[in-house]
Ligand binder design. Structure first.
Ligand code: ATP
Length: 364
């Protein structure tokens, strides 16, 4: 894939505070990359650096291989062929939907016939055909969001930058718009950088997700990889639900690591190439765990099989959420388990908690 955007060792400071710290990221032509992370981790600042609203203190940003930002030169935002949609997308209330989208083209003195063609095409793309004469107040939140998207796309930018564009919508609409947004942007084939603190949104929309923390990219990968095989405890915890077990590596067996935990042995993927004697943290996702009645426990099995007691069982529709106490009161932990409905166990039931070695992995 040709490289559209390249961030090379970008640093941005505000006074003595480093908001973006040595960030490198490459985004291919037509790729959809999300910057995901908790509040204040530097996502918006990174996006503003890409847009040209901020000047880096160090590093360089290239568009199609040509420098657009460095500590000594910043190509102004209006000369970058980039579109932006912000959280407060504020469509103009006194203008019709058509005028909201056509306005910028008129300012740029685009001929009237071309404006009509471009606006019609973009309305088709974002699904606003038939709404042209309405005012924003006559539209739903999702439709207003599409107006904002159309307004950015009508300039035919090479790169679209989106900063939490769905966060003003209510939860249900926000969820529906994820899929809609993906369809719309796939149709355009445009390169997208998308800022969000919502992990599900990032997973649904993106080809690749860069997870940020304290101004740095901690991990970047495809959504499936980040979920199934995170390298760090931070990413494992930020994306999805996680159980962590601390222990000491005891042996390497068939390529797997055997870890001694206070309440039993865990056999897991040795993803960090740990050695015997190392202290390690093991990640086990709630949905990879099976629960069996304690009476059916395979007594010959001494790894990845712990005696436990159900503390809570909650029916949530398609799945049942269990909180299971394993180990003794002094030396135990609570594991979260998600099983398909119906509910098989109730509070105080004795169970066996088990999982496959390939479903547990070491994180740092
Ligand atoms: P959020 O999800 O809350 O928007 P974010 O990850 O987008 O967070 P940024 O807006 O990039 O975070 O901010 C990163 C850090 O830089 C924050 O601590 C913020 O207070 C600080 N910061 C951002 N802009 C400025 C500024 N102009 N002056 C001083 N500090 C700033």
């Amino acid at each position: 894939m040709t490289k559209k955007l390249q961030l090379l060792e970008i640093t941005k400071r505000f006074g003595s505070f480093t908001a973006v710290n040595d960030v490198s990221l490459e985004i291919g032509e037509g790729e959809f990359v999300s910057l995901l992370g908790p509040s204040g981790c530097g996502k918006t600042t990174t996006l503003r650096l890409i847009a040209g609203f901020e000047k880096p203190d160090a590093g360089e940003i290239l568009l199609d291989g040509a420098p657009i930002s460095s500590s000594s030169f910043v190509l102004p935002p209006e000369r970058r062929a980039m579109g932006m949609v912000f959280q407060t997308y504020a469509v103009w209330p006194h203008m019709t939907v058509y005028d909201n989208v056509a306005y910028g083209l008129r300012l740029r003195k685009v001929p009237q016939t071309e404006i009509k063609e471009r606006v019609a095409k973009i309305f088709q793309t974002v699904g606003l055909v038939g709404q042209e004469a309405k005012y924003p107040s006559q539209l739903s939140g999702g439709q207003q969001q599409r107006v904002a998207l159309a307004r950015a796309l009508v300039y035919e930018p090479e790169v679209l930058l989106l900063d939490e564009p769905l966060s003003n919508l209510d939860a249900k609409l926000r969820e529906a718009m994820r899929f809609e947004m993906r369809r719309i942007l796939e149709r355009t084939g445009i390169t997208v950088v998308y800022v969000t603190h919502n992990q599900e949104e990032a997973l649904v929309l993106s080809d690749r997700v860069a997870v940020m923390k304290d101004g740095k990219i901690v991990e970047e990968s495809h959504p499936e990889t980040l979920y199934a095989a995170p390298k760090t405890k931070f990413v494992a915890d930020f994306i999805g639900l996680a159980n962590f077990m601390e222990g000491t590596a005891e042996a390497v067996e068939d390529g797997f690591l055997i870890v001694r935990c206070p309440w039993g042995k865990v056999k897991c993927v040795n993803s960090q190439l740990n050695r015997v004697g190392d202290r390690v943290t093991v990640l086990i996702r709630p949905e990879v765990i099976s629960l069996l009645p304690a009476s059916e426990n395979d007594s010959g099995r001494d790894v990845n099989c712990f005696a436990g007691v159900i503390k809570e069982a909650s029916f949530t529709g398609s799945i049942v959420e269990y909180f299971v106490g394993v180990g003794s009161d002094e030396n135990g932990t609570t594991m979260r388990v998600q099983s398909p409905a119906p509910r098989m166990f109730s509070a105080s039931d004795r169970v066996c908690v088990s999982f496959e070695a390939k479903s547990a992995r070491v994180v740092v």
